[in-house]
Write a protein that binds this ligand. Structure first.
Ligand code: HEC
Length: 184
């Protein structure tokens, strides 16, 4: 938490030299806010899926994650999840978010949110996804055989196993139009 704030402050301090501090600050705040419902809805879908058992929860993840992302992709917003070790090869990382993923991979302790201005007054926001104990049933080192069997069926190119709690699992990414100009 402290690391993240420190890194954000550092980023903002550097950028202020160029005189666009407000835009970066506003983008960090707005990106984090816009991402929140995605994180919450994914978590609750996962939890209710797991109540039915891990094999059933796999289908919940598979169907509901893209549905939730679609339902929140309104007003020019695009969002999703990606990883350096993908389960679903369709969860591709947008080009602009690659430096964020690279930074998280190079420095394990870097948990800072990342923002970047895109074309047409749009911004990109990314933050790391850290594996939690809850995730390991389907992404860990000791996955129940029935779950492995189903994963192999659905995702023959799966690379998203073997994680430990605390490992970088991937990134959340979100593109959005700045809703109000920070200098107004
Ligand atoms: C019940 C099994 C299950 C659990 C538990 C689970 N996942 Fe997944 N995860 C999946 C499946 C299935 C997919 C592929 C979804 C799709 O097709 O888009 C996936 C995809 C992902 C992706 C998208 C990138 C990729 O590899 O395709 C991320 C990131 C991710 N999971 C993170 C997590 C995190 C973090 C947790 C714990 C909070 C978690 N998962 C718990 C089954 C699970």
């Amino acid at each position: 938490m402290i690391d993240k704030r420190f890194a954000n402050v550092l980023l903002v301090a550097l950028v202020s030299v160029a005189g666009v501090t407000h835009a970066y600050e506003a983008a960090l705040t707005q990106g984090a806010e816009l991402l929140l419902p995605f994180k919450k809805e994914l978590k609750s879908a996962l939890l209710s899926g797991l109540e039915q058992g891990p094999v059933e929860a796999l289908s919940v993840c598979r169907e509901q994650a893209p549905e939730i992302a679609n339902s929140l992709a309104q007003g020019g917003i695009r969002l999703g999840r990606s990883s350096h070790r993908l389960r679903n090869p369709e969860n591709v990382l947008p080009e602009w978010a690659r430096p964020a993923m690279q930074a998280y991979l190079e420095d394990d302790s870097n948990r800072a949110a990342f923002v970047v201005p895109l074309a047409d007054d749009r911004w990109g926001y990314a933050e790391p996804i850290i594996a939690q104990p809850l995730c390991l049933t389907c992404h860990g080192e000791a996955i129940p055989p029935a779950v492995t069997e189903r994963i192999e069926e659905l995702y023959p190119a799966d690379r998203a196993v073997g994680f430990k709690a605390g490992d970088l699992r991937g990134v959340f990414w979100l593109e959005f139009p700045m809703s109000r100009r920070p200098d107004e």
